[in-house]
Write a protein that binds this ligand. Structure first.
Ligand SMILES: [Zn+2]
Length: 250
């Protein structure tokens, strides 16, 4: 069961829009994990048949979202009040965090923060936590653009055919904009910004660094192209199916 996800990681709206229009062009579906308030979120939220919007809380030191688990989560939920799922930035996770989510954030039903690169036949996994002993559904994911970019032996021309179990892909809009092949490309681009926030970067800032060969964007396009034969699901559709509830899309 395939899902396309994006961690927006403070990307500019035009890069997020690029991802959304690729998904729409191939009549696919996708989930965006959101880091910051931005006008494009409202249009993603409106297109509920195609897009889901979840949380991308940043619990790292110096986070602009807050200083504690709860202030960060409260901040993210102010941005996306309807969120049902999360993936933590930098995959920060701990039992106390998930206990807090179980007890204090009942609308969050699933977590997608567990990366198991290239594993096949992954399944949703229930975990019961907190004083409430509430169930959280954990959906492990097996592919991420910035990780595979540095993976020994990875090729962006690798096949995109269907695999057994969960196939959850994680892209970042800035890597779609750059068509990133190696992370050195991204690092050069970041250095060129001289401290300009990523959210404020323009297509002109990115243009000199765009990869013309195979990279994250061309791989996403092939995945979406092939996806016309392989339906892709929003994260909460997979959660609903796992929980045996009526899926609103099927
Ligand atoms: Zn992130």
């Amino acid at each position: 069961m395939r899902a396309i996800t994006f961690d927006i990681d403070w990307a500019p709206d035009w890069a997020i829009e690029l991802c959304a229009s690729l998904v729409a062009e191939f009549e696919s579906r996708a989930t965006f994990f959101v880091t910051h308030q931005s006008p494009i979120l409202r249009s993603l939220e409106r297109d509920t048949s195609r897009f889901e919007v979840g949380l991308h809380p940043n619990f790292l030191q110096g986070s602009t979202q807050g200083g504690t688990f709860s202030t960060v989560l409260d901040h993210c939920l102010e941005i996306v009040p309807t969120a049902r799922t999360l993936r933590t930035h930098a995959l920060m996770q701990s039992t106390p965090l998930f206990e807090l989510v179980a007890d204090r954030y009942p609308q969050i039903e699933s977590d997608v923060s567990l990366l198991l690169p290239f594993h096949e036949d992954l399944r949703p996994t229930d975990i019961y936590l907190g004083r409430s002993n509430r169930r959280l559904v954990r959906l492990p994911y097996n592919w991420e653009d910035d990780i595979v970019a540095e993976w020994p032996g990875w090729s962006w021309t690798n096949e995109t055919k269907r695999k057994a179990g969960l196939e959850i892909y994680d892209f970042h809009p800035i890597h779609i904009a750059l068509n990133t092949d190696r992370m050195e490309r991204y690092r050069s681009f970041k250095a060129s910004l001289n401290g300009k926030p990523l959210t404020e970067t323009t297509p002109q800032d990115v243009a000199p660094f765009v990869n013309r060969g195979e990279g994250a964007r061309s791989y996403l396009q092939r995945l979406l192209q092939y996806g016309s034969d392989v339906p892709s699901f929003k994260i909460s559709d997979i959660t609903d199916l796992h929980l045996g509830q009526e899926c609103k899309v099927l």
